[in-house]
Ligand binder design. Sequence first.
Ligand SMILES: NC(=O)c1ccc[n+]([C@@H]2O[C@H](COP(=O)([O-])OP(=O)(O)OC[C@H]3O[C@@H](n4cnc5c(N)ncnc54)[C@H](OP(=O)(O)O)[C@@H]3O)[C@@H](O)[C@H]2O)c1
Length: 335
Amino acid sequence: MTRVAVIGASGFTGLELVKILINHPKFEISYVATSEGETSLTALHPALTDVFDAPVAKADAAEIAEAADLAFLALPHKASMGFAKHLLERGVKVVDLSADYRLELATYEAHYCPHEDKEHLPEAVYGLPELTREPLKKARLVANPGCYPTAALLGLLPFTPYIDSDFPIFIDAKSGVSGAGKKCTQTTHFVTINENIFPYNPLVHRHQPEIAEKLQKQSGKRFDINFVPHLIPVTRGEMVDSYMLLKEEIDPLEVLRDFYKEAPFVRIFEKPVDIKSPSGTNFCDIFARRSGKKLYINSAIDNILRGASSQAVVNANLMCGYDEALGIPVIAYVP
Ligand SMILES: NC(=O)c1ccc[n+]([C@@H]2O[C@H](COP(=O)([O-])OP(=O)(O)OC[C@H]3O[C@@H](n4cnc5c(N)ncnc54)[C@H](OP(=O)(O)O)[C@@H]3O)[C@@H](O)[C@H]2O)c1
């Protein structure tokens, strides 16, 4: 068994990590923490009552290193790198769900804050298995992708050889409210979002540079990414619609099927997808249609699973030499 720690267990992605890990045949939860500690998992999450309980500590890097071989950091950016650097120095593998290790240094500092772990940043592997499966097998630090970049990149990556990079790519995205984390704000307040929909940070959202950087790394081409996310009144789920021009008239479904022929967690559809179908799972559902040289790509994921926690466990599987699908839910009841 591999001993794993969940840091940030009171949060949305922390709970999803616990729910996956308690059924995982090779990972054993050996340490659970939040910023304050002094509680238990069932006190934080009544849903776990009579299922699984563990004491919750105030997160401490030395204690994590003592208790675990691998740590999931389900923390806000900046807090994550504060722990990751100490854990790596003590030989603990890290899967970081925050943005701290996802970007090149200059891009990170332009969009987030000064980086506090420049030493380990260059070794971080971006944790999108369909893009980086082989490097993930050797990684000790994995940067789990953002939720929107996961859905957007899985739709776009197969098409980079065919997209006309002289024209912009427009990405219109919608997310359920859990994407914003557990802290209630004016925007995520029930009265604001119920029966409502609105864009936020259009063209300046932090996930825009993440999508652009990974597309450029994969293809060697610079794409003009224009990203507009919306908040919608659902708890979980994310839908991404991308529009672009092609250089040639390809069959998009054939391109998708070929690119993902060995991907256990991508499903190709012949009609538009919805956000409920992949909910509760690690699947990314994708549909695409071409009209002349115009291409439309439509992808959907569960933001806290494929966009965060289940993808994190897939990455941990690969890092530890297990099958990537080990212990990952493939179907779930989601009301
Ligand atoms: N929600 C999503 O759909 C999603 C998707 C992809 C990526 N992410 C990323 O994943 C990370 C976690 O997201 P989330 O939605 O789970 O956030 P969340 O619900 O706000 O939970 C954050 C957790 O971090 C803990 N925490 C904060 N500062 C800490 C510190 N200094 N030391 C120890 N624990 C600390 C909090 O503990 P306390 O309760 O004690 O404050 C809480 O357990 C974020 O970086 C987020 O951007 C989220």
